[in-house]
Design a protein around this ligand. Structure first.
Ligand code: HEM
Length: 431
């Protein structure tokens, strides 16, 4: 009797809890006029929309499809977990009001994104996350100090390109360059030059090697940025952006030689001396507006970071809806940068999308490749732009890149946007 009674009580309480929680979600997901955040129907409570999510190539492609169908704010279910995604410049701007910093772990775990270690800054929230973010920003924002290293690495790559006499793969060039820049800039002072060269050449062993080395090593008091370096190592271990910007930029420029030549002309007109011994300083980059247009267009069309996300333990407003506490909100960065509401011919590579007139006409939040919200935008943004600028400036002014065959590289839009195909190029010195 007692068992039946407690069973009935549990069942009644369970049912009541279910109805109340349903009711609460209804309130949260409804506008004051009763309309709900649009989104796909779910087949059952446990699965949510997981089946369609699995069928889509990646989470990014899934939410792009949802925004196309349901509009700028959508609600979907990853299993029982509801997730909101926003996909318009206007909503990006509005979301700034709630100043959200924390990142929802649920969206940054395998298999949705490639492995990010638990200790990574990407998954560190609260005061510790803010402290680490500030350290990164402090270290990477002072980009002028990195220019000699950029130059050195690009000069080395240029020498090996000058000696090449047949088709070469683009990925290893961009990959080696990014790794050597990253190692020399972030780890100089911790590793000797010879060790760095070894680390770069054994990339597969790179992460564990650095980790072992740092664990066994006391970094002297007074070493430049010891704490930053340790933290950067942790993230370097999980970092998955390996020169994709350079790969895409060279690919697009090889595909459209007139744009490549226009860029080379800009360099020749604005930098004095010969391209072999140009030493680029930060002020030079300011004098190359077309270079910045080309770079922005590459970041727009092949967003290296196609989405960001936030979570809060408090309820907040978005697009007229009340978002409940602990609800992950995705920012569909890549979707917005491909949207025809902001860009004419959004699927074409056209640096004129970033002409001063077009930039002025556009909503400022329609181009946010480095994220935007809650003082947690990419702390490597200045570093990434300056490194890519110097790399492109020197490489394009020294060489003419041509595609081998009529290749069309399609994007694989995951946590990072990579080409699906291998891209072969020939490299000829520019006269
Ligand atoms: C073009 C290249 C890059 C792009 C487009 C990019 C984009 C992004 C985006 C969208 C985020 C998430 C921001 C958010 O949550 O609002 C991010 C975070 C981050 N990026 Fe980048 N990134 C790039 C290169 C770099 C580089 C070169 C570094 C290091 C030098 C770097 C370090 C980081 C770190 C540490 C975070 C996490 C910050 C945190 O959690 O507080 N990124 N990046």
């Amino acid at each position: 009797m007692f068992t039946v009674g407690s069973f009935l009580l549990t069942a009644v309480l369970g049912l009541a809890g279910y109805i109340i929680s349903k009711f609460i979600w209804q309130i949260y997901f409804s506008r004051s006029n009763g309309s709900r955040i649009p989104g796909p129907p779910i087949i059952n409570e446990k699965e949510g929309n997981l089946r369609e999510l699995r069928q889509a190539e990646t989470l990014s492609t899934y939410i792009e499809g949802l925004h196309n169908k349901y509009g700028p704010i959508v609600l979907f279910y990853m299993g029982p977990q509801p997730v909101v995604s926003i996909g318009s410049a206007e909503l990006f701007q509005e979301s700034m009001q709630s100043k959200l910093f924390d990142r929802p772990e649920v969206l940054f775990k395998p298999p949705l994104v490639e492995v990010i270690t638990a200790s990574s800054i990407q998954l560190t929230n609260g005061p510790e996350g803010r402290r680490r973010h500030a350290l990164y920003s402090h270290f990477f924002n002072a980009t002028a100090k990195f220019f000699p290293q950029f130059q050195k690495c690009i000069d080395e790559i240029s020498s090996s390109l000058a000696g090449s006499d047949g088709p070469i793969l683009l990925k290893p060039i961009a990959f080696d360059l990014t790794l050597s820049v990253m190692s020399k800039c972030a780890f100089a002072g911790v590793f000797a030059e010879s060790e760095l060269t070894r680390l770069i050449s054994f990339y597969d062993l790179w992460s564990s090697d650095i980790e072992k080395k740092l664990k066994g090593r006391d970094i002297d008091e007074g070493t430049a940025y010891p704490e930053q370096i340790r933290k950067i190592v942790e993230d370097a271990l999980s970092k998955r952006r390996r020169g994709e910007v350079l790969i895409w930029a060279i690919y697009f420029l090889a595909k459209q030689p007139d744009i490549q030549d226009k860029l080379a002309r800009e360099m020749r007109q604005n930098l004095s001396g010969s391209s072999e011994n140009w030493e680029i300083v930060p002020e030079d980059v300011e004098r190359l507006p077309y270079l910045r247009q080309v770079l922005n267009e590459t970041l727009r069309l092949r967003s290296p970071g196609p989405f960001a996300a936030r979570i809060s333990d408090k309820s907040h407003q978005l697009g007229g809806f009340q978002i409940p506490p602990n609800m992950p909100v995705m920012h569909a960065i890549g979707y917005v940068t491909h949207h025809q509401a902001y860009y004419e011919q959004p699927q074409s590579f056209d640096p004129e999308h970033f002409s001063p007139e077009n930039v002025q006409k556009r909503h400022p939040f329609a181009f946010k490749p480095f994220g935007f919200a809650g003082n947690r935008m990419c702390p490597g943004n200045r570093f990434a732009v300056q490194e890519a600028s110097v790399s492109l400036a020197l490489l394009i002014s020294r060489f003419h890149f041509r595609l081998v065959g009529d290749v069309t590289a399609t994007p694989n839009v995951g946590f990072v946007t990579r080409p699906n195909e291998e891209i072969w190029v020939t490299v000829e010195p520019r006269r």
